[in-house]
Design a protein around this ligand. Structure first.
Ligand SMILES: Nc1ncnc2c1ncn2[C@@H]1O[C@H](COP(=O)(O)OP(=O)(O)OP(=O)(O)O)[C@@H](O)[C@H]1O
Ligand SMILES: [Mg+2]
Length: 655
């Protein structure tokens, strides 16, 4: 369908890639990966012919339709949410318009002959409309929108009212409805929450066309793609499998490369020693000459350069008071939509709180209010002693001035820092040398995120409020940010759809649902665990007050519910126990296998047979990994089982 041949691209002298070749077939699902700034977005824009190339060729079959979701928010105006998405299916909509015109004409015409002509024409249009799926179009559009997290009542909202993340969802919905031959999605998961992400995954799994997806989400890629194309060291490397396959294959390619590299290095040293030794001897001059030639002709194997990753630590800020922030009786609404009606909250120094909750529950709203950047109607927000705040907004690229250079952008928030200090900070975020003179407008998504983080770091605050801080960052940079957040000695409140990040960083999880807050003192696993738990409802909190019913029927009702809960609890316990037993059995089995393999490997006779040696080593490696994973799982399940059993007495006591 599409062929890229020896593409070359550079920006002001800096080579992005040379010799990029790629075939895209009608059913290909390609994951395009690579570090921030390696040229992923640029490659997609090249395919769309929005970006010129410096060499090579692009061949695109006639009539191929593209659907492109850019990495950054595109403003939309003058339509409702549903209207905008329907606009995607332009050919159907124009048919609809034509049909409407005919209908109007029809009623104004008297001549039966003319009427007949029109009716025929109308019939033809109708038929085509049906073939194209016109009648189901609106229903399909609505379904897509719902999958992406919109509620029925949002369909008629104006796109001007929507925040960046929701605009991206509209754009995505529009593309999915068009059902193009090739989907080009540049980091589509950045703007989705967990449930929409899972919906999108499901939708794309069944998608009939081809797709190129840029993503740093390995789970997402694993589920969706059958090829990986990685831009690394100015080249495009292809792998015929999903992300896990790519990881394995890459490691083994690297191993082979290193081995051949070492062999070649040894050879080179040998030759050089020879030359060195006999250079002065006339008798050997022919051999010396031939070896010098040999060296010159030798094609040198090069190891890939280590990729640069950001490295930073949040500077230790001044210590704040014990109580960091207190919210009293907060009321917040947007127009008619009530988000909060009297919530209370206190955060203390050292709290690292992850805000979770469904779409549109008001996570970003609360974070903004805590950050002091959003007004509210009623209530109080009291900042603790010596508390300083820094806020990282979601999709906030528009806060950067595109006309500024990277350096100027940082300078804008600097007070008394020296030029060297600013340069060092930018260097930490991988803006090196001339790169700090780059205009903001040309930065890649990840580069912009890094610049924003750098700006935030310049003024060390002790209370950080971060809305999706890992969006756009590549995997190594995410790990660095994660580490820095873990080490951060201050207070933290953050929103993310990265479950891994919550687990690693959060010591509290705050769930927001239906305008209520619920604080869980633990990480994400703990939160999930507590949610699943069928503990008796906490007294006085979620128990509905017994007002209307009589005491007797209430007691009966309570007993019935307890029995039901007890029953459910028992079932959960037994299924957990069963899983635990299974895992334990597999672990024992794997351990036995490993012992056996180890024994085989200690037998010198084995090494007489090369094939068998290789296979045994391979099997031992795999089994070892299996044992490691099973042990982890076993430990986890054992703990869980223990905790669950501990809970039972309190549960039955209450009965
Ligand atoms: N018009 C331009 N002029 C100069 N440099 C540019 C221009 N456009 C892009 N670049 C640079 O080219 C590099 C590649 O950009 P690109 O947006 O393709 O990266 P990417 O792989 O998509 O990165 P990310 O993962 O951060 O989105 C970046 O360093 C960027 O700053
Ligand atoms: Mg990009």
């Amino acid at each position: 369908m599409i062929t890229l041949h020896n593409l070359q691209k550079q920006f002001s002298g800096k080579i992005l890639f040379k010799d990029v070749s790629l075939q895209i077939g009608v059913r290909d699902r390609i994951g395009l990966i690579g570090p921030n700034g390696s040229g992923k977005t640029t490659l997609i824009r090249i395919i769309l012919r929005e970006e010129p190339i410096d060499g090579g060729e692009i061949l695109i079959a006639k009539g191929v339709r593209f659907g492109y979701l850019p990495q950054e928010v595109i403003p939309l105006k003058g339509n409702t949410v549903l209207g905008e998405v329907l606009k995607g299916a332009e050919n159907i909509i124009s048919l609809e318009d034509k049909m409407k015109i005919l209908e109007e004409e029809f009623s104004s015409i008297q001549d039966p002959k003319e009427q007949e002509k029109l009716a025929k024409e109308y019939g033809r249009l109708q038929e085509r409309y049906a073939i194209l799926g016109g009648y189901g179009l609106e229903a399909e559009a609505k379904q897509i929108l719902k999958g992406l997290g919109f509620k029925e009542r949002d369909f008629s909202r104006r796109t001007e009212e929507l925040s960046g993340g929701w605009l991206m969802r509209v754009a995505l919905g529009k593309i999915l409805l068009q059902s193009p031959d090739l989907l080009l999605l540049d980091e589509p998961t950045n703007y989705l929450d967990l449930s929409s992400l899972i919906w999108l995954e499901e939708f794309l799994i069944h998608y009939p066309g081809a797709m190129i997806i840029i993503s740093h989400d390995r789970v997402f890629l694993n589920h969706l793609v059958n090829r990986i194309a990685e831009i690394e060291n100015e080249q495009l490397h292809l792998y015929s499998g999903n992300y896990d396959f790519y990881m394995k294959e890459k490691a083994s390619r690297r191993e082979i490369l290193e081995a051949t590299f070492k062999a070649q290095q040894r050879k080179i040293e040998q030759i050089e020693r020879f030359i060195e030794r006999f250079r002065a001897k006339n008798t050997k001059s022919r051999q010396v000459q031939s070896r010098i030639k040999m060296l010159q002709k030798m094609e040198r194997i090069e190891l890939p350069k280590e990729e640069k990753t950001i490295h930073f630590q949040f500077p230790s800020p001044k210590r704040s008071g014990h109580k960091v922030i207190e919210v009293k009786n907060l009321h917040k609404r947007y127009g008619d939509t009530v988000v909060y009606q009297g919530i209370d909250l206190i955060l203390y120094r050292g709290d690292k709180v992850a805000l979770v909750g469904p779409n549109g529950a008001g996570k970003s709203t609360l974070l903004k209010i805590l950050a002091g950047v959003l007004e509210f109607e009623e209530g109080e927000v009291i900042l603790g002693k010596e508390v300083t705040r820094a806020y990282f907004a979601q999709h906030q690229f528009d806060l950067l001035n595109p006309e500024n250079t990277v350096y100027e952008e940082l300078l804008g928030v600097a007070t008394d820092e020296s030029q060297t200090e600013l340069r060092t900070l930018l260097g930490t975020f991988l803006f090196r040398g001339e790169e700090i003179e780059k205009k903001v407008s040309v930065l890649s998504g990840g580069e912009k995120s890094r610049l924003i983080l750098a700006k935030m770091l310049l003024k060390p605050a002790n209370f950080l409020l971060l809305d999706e801080p890992t969006s756009h960052l590549d995997i190594p940079s995410r790990n660095v940010l994660e580490e820095a957040l873990k080490q951060f000695p201050g207070t933290l409140c953050f929103i993310t759809h990265d479950r891994h990040l919550i687990n690693e960083v959060a010591n509290k999880v705050m769930e927001i649902e239906n305008g209520r807050l619920h604080l869980y003192p633990g990480n994400y696993d703990y939160y999930l665990y507590k949610k699943q738990q069928v503990l008796a409802p906490e007294k006085g909190v979620s128990e509905p007050p017994p007002q209307k019913k009589g005491t007797k029927s209430l007691l009966k009702e309570q007993r019935r519910r307890r029995a039901q809960e007890m029953d459910q609890f028992r079932r959960q316990l037994s299924s957990l126990q069963k899983r635990f037993d299974e895992v334990e059995a597999s672990l024992e089995e794997a351990t036995r296998r490993l012992d056996h393999l180890n024994q085989r490997l200690s037998d010198p006779n084995l090494y007489l047979n090369q094939k068998e040696t290789y296979e045994t080593i391979e099997a031992q490696k795999q089994t070892k990994e299996q044992v490691r994973q099973l042990t982890q799982l076993w430990e986890f399940l054992a703990l869980e089982l223990e905790e669950m059993k501990l809970l039972r007495p309190s549960f039955t006591n209450e009965n």
